[in-house]
Design a protein around this ligand. Structure first.
Ligand code: 6PG
Length: 276
């Protein structure tokens, strides 16, 4: 599999003194999902080696779910992939405010394709509350989820440790349920209710920037040519997070953009080697 790095844009960012994210470009969405799944398993295994446990924040969306399907397939080959699935905590970067078990909930998809097949224990799955749960409205549910994140904080930290936080990227540059020009962009809370989302359903709960950017590693996933303008603008840094929320996220230790060729289509590229 060819995964050429986005060398030229990295050089440009470095020349401007801006932090250089890691850019990986896979040939297509299928190869991307496989490559991200392999990388995620390796990262989780490493975190377990160091901390005894690992913690992953999941995203909704097509490529995010495809990655989890691939992780489940790889997990069926334990001699190659030694992850203890009973020692991985799963949180969500955003959720749709819908009843438990609704097919549109990010939790429902994640349980079906990965969490149930690999046998993650209930106590390690931390779903955002559903609309038919104990909370009267998404604001109350968001406040409760913020409390859960705080309660899981290791000593010396305010929030649970996130080893990897996955984020799909919308064509207009949204991440989690932080949409361009919405109040969520400026909200400093760790978890917030989102109303009037331009992407259905309209009511959602999302981590805010402070929680997203507390992750050790943030992995932004994008496949398809409709994502190319947002990806290029976010990486060039010429548009701020208010217009392009994807431009406002970064991990404490690493920020990785994991793209397919189509989503990377508007990035500056190194010249083709002579003779090709
Ligand atoms: O619940 C959601 O809708 C999301 O978490 C959302 O932020 C998603 O990740 C992006 O819209 C990308 O989705 P696609 O990969 O399907 O384009």
């Amino acid at each position: 599999m060819t995964l050429p790095p986005g060398e030229r844009i990295a050089e440009e960012l470095a020349a401007e003194g801006r932090p250089v994210p890691d850019i990986v470009i896979a040939p297509d969405a299928d190869h991307l999902a496989r490559a991200v799944a392999e990388a995620l398993i390796t990262r989780v295994a490493t975190a377990q080696h160091v901390h005894g446990t690992a913690s992953v924040v999941l995203t909704g969306g097509g490529i995010g779910t495809a990655v989890l399907e691939r992780v489940a397939a790889l997990a069926a080959d334990p001699p190659r992939h030694r992850v203890d699935w009973t020692a991985v905590d799963f949180w969500w970067g955003d959720e749709r405010w819908l009843p438990a078990g609704d097919a549109e909930r990010n939790e429902t998809a994640a349980r079906r394709v990965l969490l149930d097949p690999v046998g993650v224990p209930a106590g390690r799955v931390h779903p955002v509350p559903p609309s038919d749960g104990p909370f009267a409205d998404p604001e109350e549910a968001a406040a409760w989820y913020a409390g859960e994140l705080a309660a899981a904080a290791p000593e010396g930290r305010d929030l649970a440790r996130f080893d990897v936080l996955l984020l799909g990227v919308g064509a207009e540059g949204h991440v989690a349920s932080i949409f361009p020009g919405s109040p969520a962009v400026h909200d400093r809370r760790t978890v917030l209710a989102v109303r009037d989302s331009p992407k259905p359903p309209p009511t959602r709960i999302s981590l805010g920037f402070p929680a997203i950017n507390s992750a050790e590693e943030v992995w932004l996933l994008a496949a398809g040519s409709e994502k190319a303008p947002a990806v290029a603008a976010a990486l060039r840094g010429d548009v701020g997070p208010d217009q392009l929320p994807a431009a406002g996220v970064h991990g404490r230790r690493a920020t990785r953009w994991l793209l397919d060729e189509a989503a990377a289509g508007q990035l500056p590229r190194s010249p083709e080697p002579a003779g090709r």
